[in-house]
Design a protein around this ligand. Structure first.
Ligand code: C2E
Ligand code: CA
Ligand code: CA
Length: 578
């Protein structure tokens, strides 16, 4: 079933109505048709004589049985219906109160029982929808419908079943699993002010929104009037869960629209993880529930982990992200530049732009500490564009200051590379900056390119046509071979610093570096070695005809003004030598 075919809205439900009186049949019809979520297709069966044929007919989705039609014993007739109807759901309607009759009816096979006295269009349609839905879930072996079902009605059994299966998978695959228990704050007030029907609709709209934000594998279920549960499978660490929480918090920050009303809702989220918080569905739910109650103490949408340590880590991560957002807005980010030196002439051929964060607490935060967070939260995309903009500005400035041929290399993260607007945005940036694009180089890792080779090829070609060149970063650490990448417009390979630093320590490193250099050259690619710290490493690389080096041996990454001083210093030195 696809997203667009939402069965809640569009489906035709075929209903066989068993009732002797035609006026009653018309009454049921009127109640059912007064409904915007399904189109009922009704067939009337007034007597037992026709019953057999019709009940056995596979054309019906639901049997609506008015209990006055029976051959002497209600319960016996009900049992007959469930067997002859091949497990089609039977919705029983009788004159007695639900409290008195429902348990017995359900034990004897009815999918639900409604009292005629309380019957109205909403209650009847909802019941039909529920039993019909439930049946579809049972029918679909893989439970494919459960995602849709999730929001449709409350079914704790189904929920526990799914949780149990997810736990088994987690145990087998040695994954972590998170159960999120979500309770809407003060839902009673919502119900009282909007009415129960709209309150219910609000839950559905909300669930729909949540579902769109989750991964396909995560299951969302409504487990109570104002309660939802989400099973998040295959979480590696608390950061993955944080990612889900972030999305949920974001969703609750926006009002929900029901029938033209805009309703602000907040929620309390409780998180319990397997294996930390337990390994049975019941324990996990109880603990997620307890965490949720703790979260209730905070106003607005808030969350709590059952496990304190996870709570602290997640809190830190979310704080880091919000600080980082401010950093971008508040101009706390800065680029440092590390020179790349030609091994033959020892001239500075280019610089790699490396991001730094001047944290308000006075520290300089290195990228390894915040880029993963930026990557996870998606902030890397705007940050990455800021970096390119900044690099382009410096590129122009460098030319004005007398360094016209200096190449500026910028790192592109995986996520940024897969941003749908990437080529367009980069094009806009370089167009506005009016720079010589042949001096702009983008560094990408193998994994960013190999994730979707066709996409990579298209993007690289498009950008390459604008004059931009590409470098393969951290080469040697991934699994692909250069020949896999040879059809891509890559002009440079950067040998990862881990190999350079193993020189003299392991013979393998030497072999690998030699192989990378000779293969790259045979594919017309230049080679830069990263992380060159010693003269020994430098000499070895020169002997192997590596093209350029980058590393502390020549210079550390430095702020812009310092780079200019550095370049001027080297110029002066070169003049003296001549
Ligand atoms: P990278 O692209 O591999 O960058 C090279 C890293 O090696 C830099 O670390 C640099 O300071 C360090 N390095 C250079 N020479 C030496 C050396 O001789 N010895 C040692 N031990 N290290 C050396 P940095 O600046 O901390 O950056 C770390 C990583 O953060 C970068 O690795 C890159 O993956 C990422 N990064 C930095 N800036 C950006 C950015 O603007 N965007 C994105 N997406 N990632 C960035
Ligand atoms: Ca790099
Ligand atoms: Ca690198």
């Amino acid at each position: 079933m696809t997203e667009t075919m939402d069965p809640m809205i569009l489906s035709t439900v075929r209903i066989l109505v068993l009732v002797p009186e035609h006026t009653d049949y018309l009454w049921y019809g009127a109640l059912l048709r007064n409904n915007y979520e399904m189109t009922p297709d009704l067939t009337w069966c007034p007597d037992l004589a026709d019953c057999e044929d019709l009940v056995g007919n596979a054309r019906f989705d639901v049997i609506l049985w008015d209990c006055v039609l029976h051959g002497g014993s209600e319960l016996a007739f009900l049992q007959y219906l469930t067997v002859a109807g091949d497990d089609k759901p039977v919705l029983a309607v009788g004159s007695e109160a639900e409290r008195l009759r429902a348990p017995e009816m359900i034990i004897n096979g009815a999918a639900d029982y409604l009292s005629k006295g309380d019957l109205n269009a909403w209650a009847l349609s909802r019941a039909v929808r529920c039993v019909w839905y439930r049946q579809q879930v049972l029918d679909s072996a893989q439970g494919q419908l459960s995602r849709e079902v999730a929001s449709g009605f409350i079914n704790r059994d189904l929920f526990f079943d799914r949780l149990r299966q997810a736990l088994l998978r987690a145990e087998r695959g040695e994954h972590r699993l998170a159960l999120l228990h979500i309770n809407l704050d003060d839902f009673r007030t919502v119900n009282e002010s909007l009415g129960y029907q709209l309150g219910d609709q609000l839950m559905l709209n909300l669930a729909d929104r949540l579902r769109k934000a989750l991964r396909r594998v995560d299951s969302l279920m409504r487990i109570g009037g104002d309660e939802l549960a989400i099973i998040v499978e295959k979480v590696e660490d608390s950061l993955d869960i944080t990612q889900v929480i972030r999305k949920l918090v974001h969703i609750f920050a926006e009002p929900i629209i029901v029938e033209g009303h805009s309703v602000a809702v907040s929620a309390s989220l409780g998180v319990a993880t397997y294996p930390e918080a337990g390994d049975s569905p019941e324990t996990l739910l109880r603990r997620a529930n307890r965490a949720m109650f703790e979260a209730k103490r905070d106003t607005g949408t808030s969350y709590r982990f059952y496990n304190r340590q996870l709570h602290v880590t997640a809190g830190r991560q979310l704080k880091l992200e919000s600080d980082l957002r401010n950093a971008l807005r508040g101009g706390e980010l800065e680029l440092y530049y590390q020179p790349r030196v030609d091994l033959v002439t020892e001239e500075v051929r280019g610089v790699e732009c490396l991001l730094r964060w001047n944290h308000p607490d006075g520290t300089l935060v290195p990228p390894d500490e915040f880029i993963p967070a930026a990557e996870r939260s998606g902030l890397i995309v705007p940050i990455g564009y800021w970096v390119i903009e900044q690099a382009c500005q410096r590129l122009r400035e460098a030319a004005e200051r007398g360094y016209p041929g200096l190449v500026f290399a910028v790192n592109l993260s995986f996520r940024q590379f897969h941003d749908r607007k990437m080529t367009e945005t980069i094009f806009r940036i370089i167009y506005n900056a009016n720079v010589d694009t042949s001096l702009l180089e983008l560094e990408l890792t193998e994994s960013a390119m190999m994730h979707d080779p066709e996409y990579a090829q298209r993007c690289l070609r498009e950008l390459n046509q604008l004059g931009i060149s590409f470098a393969l970063d951290d080469f040697g650490t991934g699994f692909s071979s250069l020949s896999n990448l040879q059809h891509l417009p890559i002009s440079l390979v950067k040998i990862d610093k881990s190999f350079v630093q193993e020189l003299g320590v392991s013979a393998d490193a030497e072999h690998i570096i030699r192989a990378i250099i000779s293969l790259s050259h045979s594919l017309q690619m230049s080679v830069v070695a990263e992380g060159v710290e010693t003269e020994g490493q430098f000499d070895f690389l020169r002997q192997q005809h590596c093209d350029e080096v980058q590393g502390y041996y020549f210079a550390r990454p430095m702020p812009w003004q310092q780079l200019i001083d550095f370049l001027e210093g080297r110029n002066r030195l070169a003049c003296l030598k001549q």
